[in-house]
Design a binder for this molecule. Structure first.
Ligand code: BTN
Length: 262
């Protein structure tokens, strides 16, 4: 059987009924980082909604200066451009996480969940990550939503330190992932959840609560060099994760400046 494993702009764009995300689609076989290419395109305000895909990256990056590895054609690697986005950075981060988790959906009998702020996990292992970056140009501000979804990796494909904590669609779903279908679902989901967030933030917050792997569970965070232990009790679209601290009191943590401690 012929298996569709080629990212093609026309295949992704065919019957794509999005209003904003994926208005223009550009595909590279190999590039440095799709976030860097997207930032170049974002210099023009006309490129709101443009999405860059690549089969391979030579300088893929993750949060907190980490590298993002993926062999050729093993993943969805893409970056979407938003020009003058009206959402707060917390709400943008929440909406993107919801969109990616929903696009992956259910694999075998497990649902993709959000590990705050930007990891998507399934069965306790990371299957996707999101890197949000912003730049200011003379005439406008842009946000770049960089998304990596592991599709065809086997456990041995990951670097040794990731083999027990990372997974892929093929592994979890016992299927050969159709990357074109997944790319279409991803763009539709992003389009839908970003529009929902602009209309009514509570819709996204409610969905985040259903998809969170941490809600009502103990959590350990580092913020400004200090470690905080507590229980995650919710999310605020402006101030971030809401934590009931073990030491007493409630505190909110912004996504960009906080990491989950090991
Ligand atoms: C993370 O989990 O740390 C975020 C990973 C984000 C990886 C994607 S792959 C496409 C885009 N280009 C990059 O260089 N990074 C993001």
């Amino acid at each position: 059987m012929l298996k569709s494993n080629h990212i093609d702009p026309e295949l992704i764009g065919a019957n794509l009924k999005t209003k904003r995300i994926g208005r223009k689609i550009v595909v590279f076989s190999c590039t440095t980082s799709t976030n860097d290419i997207a930032a170049e395109y974002a210099k023009s305000k006309d490129n709101d909604g443009l999405v860059i895909f690549a089969d391979e990256q030579t300088a893929g990056r993750g949060r907190a200066g980490a590298k993002w590895f993926s062999g050729p054609a093993e993943s969805i690697l893409c970056s979407a451009v938003l020009i003058n986005c009206k959402l707060t950075s917390e709400l943008l981060s929440i909406s993107c996480a919801v969109a990616v988790a929903e696009a992956i959906g259910k694999l075998d009998s497990n649902y993709a969940k959000i590990k705050w702020p930007n990891d998507i996990v399934i069965n306790g292992k990371k299957i996707a990550g999101i890197l949000l970056e912003s730049r200011d140009y003379d005439t406008h501000r842009c946000h770049i939503i960089g998304i990596g979804i592991n599709c065809h990796q086997k456990q041995q494909s990951f670097p040794p330190e990731l083999q027990t904590i990372a997974t892929s669609i093929d592994t979890e779903g016992n299927v050969f992932c159709d990357r074109v279908s997944l790319a279409k679902r991803l763009l539709s989901s992003l389009d839908c959840w970003l529009a929902a967030a602009e209309k009514k933030s509570s819709t996204v917050v409610q969905r985040w609560k259903r998809l969170s792997s941490e809600l009502n569970r103990p959590i350990r965070l580092t913020f400004g060099g200090a470690v905080f232990n507590g229980s995650c009790i919710g999310i605020d679209p402006e101030k971030g994760l809401i934590v009931q601290l073990d030491t007493g009191g409630i505190r909110m943590f912004e996504a960009a400046q906080t990491t989950i401690a090991k």
